[in-house]
Design a binder for this molecule. Sequence first.
Ligand code: GLU
Length: 548
Amino acid sequence: MDYKDLANLIFPDAKDISYYEEKYPKRDLNEGAIVTRYAPSPTGVMHIGGLYQSLIAKKVAKQTDGVFFLRIEDTDQKREIKNGVEEIVNSLKDFEMTPDEGMISETEEVGNYGPYKQSFRKEIYQSYAKYLIAEGKAYPCFCTPEELDEIRTKQEAAKIRPGYYGVWAKCRTIPVEESIKKIQAGEKYIIRFKSPGREDRKIKHKDVIKGNVDFPENDQDIVIIKSDGLPTYHFAHVVDDHLMGTTHVIRGDEWLSSIPLHLQLFYVMGFKAPKYAHIAPIMKNDNGNKRKLSKRKDPEAAVGYYAEQGIPAKAVNEYLLNIANSNFENWRRQNKEASIDEFELQLNKMSVSGALFDMIKLLDVSKIVISKYSAEEVYNKSIKWAKKYDKELLNLLEDKEYSLKVLGIERGNKKPRKDIAKWSDVKENIEYMYDKVFLNKPQSYEWQVINNKEEIEKIITLYMQKYYNVNDDKQTWFNKIKELAGEMGYAKEVKEFKANPDAYKAHVGDVSTVLRIALTGRANTPDMYEIMQVLGKDSIQKRFEKVM
Ligand code: GLU
């Protein structure tokens, strides 16, 4: 009896690995093409860190005409949530990170290297486990949870490294005949890897992001196939990334310490190891302390937050690139109109310790992104958002023709307005432009320099009687406000007023502020001429009357 008999007894139906090696040939790609993947477990709402990882992974693949795929790692079925795959697939779609291959819904997939969901790959893992057992490089372990507890307790008491290794790896030395007998007698077991490593030897690893790191070799006989027949993450990672042709494993740096094990597994299996790029988590400044962005404490950690707030995916992506590579900002300054696809992301320029996420900066980026949208785009995106999150805004935008005019104010020109950072800002920013809101709501006008009621009424009356003409162009319109100012004893130019403040009641700017507040209820608005063009004579008249 030998290892082969043991392997056949454990996995009688498993195919020879040559079957899979042929079924999934090396990818036919140009030299230098990078193959990456996003490999989440469907265990909860998607985290911004996951989005960050996929953005990076997709970007480096695209830059080299490579492939980016989505693999669902659902081997820990106890932690799975309902519709977990849907959540991931939809988030990637919403953020324009649709993979080239992989799962496209809870059950469907595209690509030739599937299945892309680990629970559908059980036979594949078993074939490779069988191969290792037949080679004497993996073995069944019959230790019960109680026995494992006992080992741990002894190790703790003796203050030595915990784990299943060396003399503690009891089942490693069970003769094949005995293992076969135990299995035939119905004893329960799992499969462990027989590690060839020694803790007193070092391995060197060159991480694409972290640089050179040294580790002790792995000597743990880790579990590769669990009692439910599914693989552990470590084993599945090695088998999958080998068969799927991943060239660069881009993943969270919580896995960095598993590098000795993973490299050893690749080596023992006879596979070429991929390159690894371990991404540090996204950090947040919490009252001067840098800490990880946390799902529990920070609403912005969940990807759904951006949709709820109405922050465009484009802005989030742009901001994530900003924190991924610090030279992005400079690039953007020099390439104002370019698509982010044109930016060359470099993995080795990513932060080793974790990039800082700053909501205010993200919103600034978003303001610029939105300022470049046409009125039509802003309208459509706002409607889409409002349908889900804000019925009042939906109502407001009912009159499309008028709304396009409102949203078109100071847009499409060289210095477009930058007052909208998210769709949830739109209502607040435009509602005063709608008579149904403005005229029906009591206004608490906060007058500024000119705040005497009688004076205000005089300005408005004179303006309407003598100066307002709906057909005036911008220059004429403004000249007339100057005239009005002059006629009422205000300086026509701010300069004149500053040179001789005692000679005037105030200046033309203060007069326009009166008109502005009367028309909009606000001291700060986009261009007043454009506002008046959009409001039209009727509305202007009604708004002025409301003040009186
Ligand atoms: N499923 C693992 C995780 O969610 C993936 C790590 C990897 O990308 O290999 O952490």
